[in-house]
Ligand binder design. Structure first.
Ligand code: HEC
Length: 209
């Protein structure tokens, strides 16, 4: 073998090696993309109570919407509840309790209906703020609730529903500016940590007069 031929062969082997190396390098890039250095979605705050990312942790505030809410729309939306609830005065319990006068009523208090242990334990009466939380995600407000309903996602829908419920024999006054501000302060920043009092009975029951 002349040294010239040897050089040709050597060069060919070298090129093949380089090609193989480059191929391996490219393959490596394709197969093992760099690990994320940190989670793309950061879960904010301390211990997360139950499921759901931070952005999902709290409903939008709605108290400021109630005075001008679309009551007719609330009545329409109540069709989704009617399989389980009656709304007329003295109406029967179905899968769920009768809801006539529920705004301002003590939670879990309708005689003749067997509530979940969780609902009986919540305490306090149905304020606008608590109805907003419950109707947003029932199971988030009362973990073991018997109400198998996914919830009303849109804030306008919850406001319309609650405004309509208020027309059913409730003597609850419209939300005061103080209540509106308090709800805003609690719920306005969904990224914030969940307040320790989440789910706890709230003080500001709608005053009856
Ligand atoms: C699949 C049946 C079902 C549907 C649909 C449903 N609910 Fe309920 N609801 C229940 C049950 C059962 C309870 C009792 C919950 C418990 O004891 O934990 C309840 C409880 C409630 C309470 C608390 C009542 C009280 O006396 O404390 C309110 C308010 C309420 N539902 C509103 C609604 C509204 C508004 C809708 C429609 C948007 C709706 N529910 C849809 C079954 C249902």
């Amino acid at each position: 073998m002349s040294s010239f031929e040897f050089n040709k062969i050597f060069a060919a082997v070298l090129v093949a090696g380089i090609v193989a190396m480059l191929g391996g390098f490219v393959a490596e890039l394709l197969m093992h993309p760099h690990e994320l250095e940190k989670n793309a979605v950061e879960i904010d705050g301390g211990p997360v109570a139950s499921g759901g990312g931070a952005a999902e942790a709290m409903p939008e505030p709605i108290l400021s919407l109630i005075a001008d809410a679309d009551i007719a729309k609330g009545e329409k939306l109540s069709k989704a509840c009617a399989a389980c609830h009656s709304f007329e005065s003295g109406g029967p319990a179905k899968v769920g309790p009768n809801l006539y006068g529920v705004v301002g009523r003590a939670k879990g208090s309708k005689a003749g209906f067997e509530y979940s242990a969780g609902m009986k334990a919540v305490g306090g009466s149905w304020t606008y703020a608590d109805l907003n939380k419950f109707l947003w995600k029932p199971k988030k407000f009362v973990a073991d609730t018997k109400m198998n309903y996914i919830g009303l996602k849109k804030p306008e829908d919850r406001a319309a529903m609650i405004a309509w419920l208020r027309t059913l024999g409730s003597s609850a006054a419209l939300p005061t500016q103080g209540q509106i501000d308090a709800e805003m302060a609690e719920l306005a920043t969904p990224e914030a940590e969940e307040p320790a009092s989440e789910g706890a009975p709230s003080e500001e029951a709608p005053s009856a007069h």
